[in-house]
Design a protein around this ligand. Structure first.
Ligand SMILES: Cc1ncc(COP(=O)(O)O)c(C=O)c1O
Length: 404
């Protein structure tokens, strides 16, 4: 820490849940959204899988691979309301989006529809795939600030044309931190004969998911964010009749080595070259462990996080004098908040904004800043996980007011 600014503010006391995570003690960690944070107990289970793998690499990876993978897949299938046979693990949502989009058979003139709230890495997958096929990208303009779910549905549906082959829509957007009405979007697109790929990178653990009910063509979700599983854990769900046409981003043995009891889809994805599968194998434990942390299980985890996100946003908007960007029911466990005027109209200098670096260096606060829209309006985003407290957001508000 540099300077003495920090001494002027009282450092917030940690939450009673904080001890279950290995987060650095002098950090106020308000950015669960970027990469998640895995509890120590889940990491211990992962370490045990790693120990077993390194004790007998060949036995573990050749002979005893499917057992723990299926335990994890079955637990996850139950958690997201899907059949295990339609579900495969991937290292991250980006990999899943690559698999789906790059498997499409596109013709020149076809259109891939996304929104201007999409995640840059996934947007790039669309751009490169479209470029190779002579197809076109269309980005529906979803208003931000946004008043209600209708505005989102109308923006997406209004951008569909007879050339639209796929719509990629976020379940929870990244920079703008909005829960999108994905079920309504999927039904509207279905009625027009258009497939939806749901980018649910932030959804598992933050919002309740029932994929059978949603029934998009494709759904991917990260497990290393809000499910609190180890890094490198995500899933891809593909509707049965679409599975044959989807190849993984990395093709390996599965294409010509069927295993009894598994679908071709699972054969192709379950092994994509040698990796450390201990994170995937620990997914059932992450689901189980988080579920028993509070009396009401996952429902209570989601509710507590949402309630604190709402409260944190109220405090921050009030103390900074800025208006909320969406109704409270569009928030999950994150909130994006407009920075006060004194922060606006500052040119971009480095990869990370100066004030964001100062919050960390001088106050120990980890929180991301963004520039959103064509006017590059500056915002920051807070995340809420069980290890956070209301005092931490008050401390952030005070720190933001001190920086000049
Ligand atoms: C909406 C969205 N999609 C995709 C991703 C990519 O996740 P990953 O880097 O784990 O592939 C993110 C990451 O934050 C995201 O917010």
């Amino acid at each position: 820490m540099k300077g003495d600014t920090r001494q002027k503010l009282k450092f917030p006391k940690p939450s009673p849940f904080r001890k279950y995570w290995g987060l650095a003690t002098k950090t106020v960690f308000l950015n669960h959204g970027s990469f998640g944070a895995c509890p120590k107990a889940v990491l211990a289970v992962q370490s045990e899988f790693r120990r077993r793998m390194e004790a007998e690499p060949v036995q573990f990876l050749w002979r005893h691979y499917e057992g723990p993978l299926d335990v994890a897949r079955n637990a996850l299938a139950k958690f997201v309301g899907a059949r295990p046979k339609d579900l495969v693990f991937v290292p991250n949502a980006t990999t899943a989006v690559n698999a789906v989009v790059r498997s499409l058979q596109l013709q020149p003139g076809d259109e891939l529809l996304t929104t201007d709230h999409d995640y840059n890495a996934c947007h790039n997958v669309l751009v490169e795939t479209a470029r190779r096929a002579g197809a076109k990208i269309v980005a529906a303009r979803v208003p931000f600030p946004v008043r209600n779910a209708d505005e989102i549905v109308e923006a997406i549906v209004g951008a569909v044309t007879s050339q639209t082959r796929l719509v990629m829509v976020d379940h929870v957007t990244s920079n703008t931190a909005l829960i999108f009405p994905v079920e309504r979007v999927i039904r509207e697109l279905e009625a027009r004969g258009v497939d939806t790929l749901v980018d649910g990178a932030h959804a598992p653990g933050m919002v309740s998911i029932n994929i059978k009910k949603l029934r998009p063509a494709y759904y991917t979700g990260n497990l290393h964010k809000w499910l609190c599983a180890p890094k490198g854990t995500a899933f891809l769900w593909v509707r049965e009749e679409k599975q044959e046409g989807v190849q993984p981003a990395v093709i390996s043995h599965g294409n010509n080595r069927p295993r009894p009891g598994y679908t071709g889809f699972q054969d192709r994805f379950d092994w994509c070259g040698t990796i450390d599968p201990s994170g995937w194998f620990s997914v059932a434990e992450a689901i189980r462990w988080m579920n028993k942390l509070v009396p009401g299980g996952w429902g209570e985890v989601r509710k507590r996080n949402h309630d604190l996100a709402v409260k944190a946003r109220r405090i921050l908007c009030e103390r900074l004098g800025t208006k909320p960007v969406c109704p409270e029911n569009m928030l999950g466990s994150m909130a994006t908040i407009r920075l006060p005027d004194k922060y606006q109209d500052v040119p971009v200098k480095g990869r990370i904004d100066d004030e964001q670096l100062r919050l960390y260096d001088e106050f120990g606060i980890e929180v991301p800043f963004f520039r959103i829209g064509t006017a590059a309006v500056r915002y920051f985003r807070v995340s809420v996980q069980l290890y956070n407290t209301v005092e931490e957001y008050e401390y952030l508000a005070d720190a933001l007011r001190q920086i000049d």
